[in-house]
Design a protein around this ligand. Sequence first.
Ligand SMILES: Nc1ncnc2c1ncn2[C@@H]1O[C@H](COP(=O)(O)OP(=O)(O)OP(=O)(O)O)[C@@H](O)[C@H]1O
Ligand SMILES: [Mg+2]
Length: 227
Amino acid sequence: MLVEVRNLSKAHASPGGGKPVEILRDLDFELDAGGTAAILGPSGSGKSTLLNILGALDFPDSGTVRVNGLVPSELRGRELVDFRRRSVGIIFQMHHLLPQCTVLENVLVPSLADRRQARLNADANAREMLDVLGLAHRLDHRPSELSGGERQRVAVARAMAGAPRLLLADEPTGALDRVSATQLAETLLELNRVRNVALLVVTHSRELAERMQQVWQLVDGKLVKVS
Ligand SMILES: Nc1ncnc2c1ncn2[C@@H]1O[C@H](COP(=O)(O)OP(=O)(O)OP(=O)(O)O)[C@@H](O)[C@H]1O
Ligand SMILES: [Mg+2]
């Protein structure tokens, strides 16, 4: 099992300083290595909150999360950085590319703190991944010079740069037209097939959801399997 979540609960502080609002409540979820799953759910139901926890950008209040044999909340310092780099890759709801950096630089950002040899490897990997994603001719462009679909592919390349076992994608096609959305879905599924990276995709698109092996719905703080 690549992802194992048991009794996960998470509350967010309410803006007025009142009682924290419970977003995820005793949530269970699992995903096999190389598997694919979609998460549907209304706005505000906690989908991004869950993805942030799986990516170790946020931590549970209670319950256990195990990804790739590791418990993110037990990791410290370098281990946590390595987890974020090599166990998971995240494609954010907004692409979050750095506007002042080129395409290649954006993909290399996560490796900036690496030692010299690792940085050289990262550079080669980044170029290869951008080539696979059809962006080899765009290495020196800035995000503002790219189409929405191209920007999202750069975000995919950045997420894949550390060769993660799990790719988390938060509404990856939300801002794209139909054709670009279909292309991006193809890209994600091909990475799943060829690189055996598991996919967990948050989406409002039924069409994208139905291409995943499992479909889950986030309701009342819990994940319910729809198919
Ligand atoms: N850092 C935070 N502090 C306080 N409240 C937060 C924080 N992050 C999210 N929330 C609240 O938690 C709830 C769930 O947010 P989340 O972003 O996980 O929803 P979502 O399902 O991803 O929604 P959407 O489909 O609109 O992206 C929302 O009510 C949101 O306002
Ligand atoms: Mg969200």
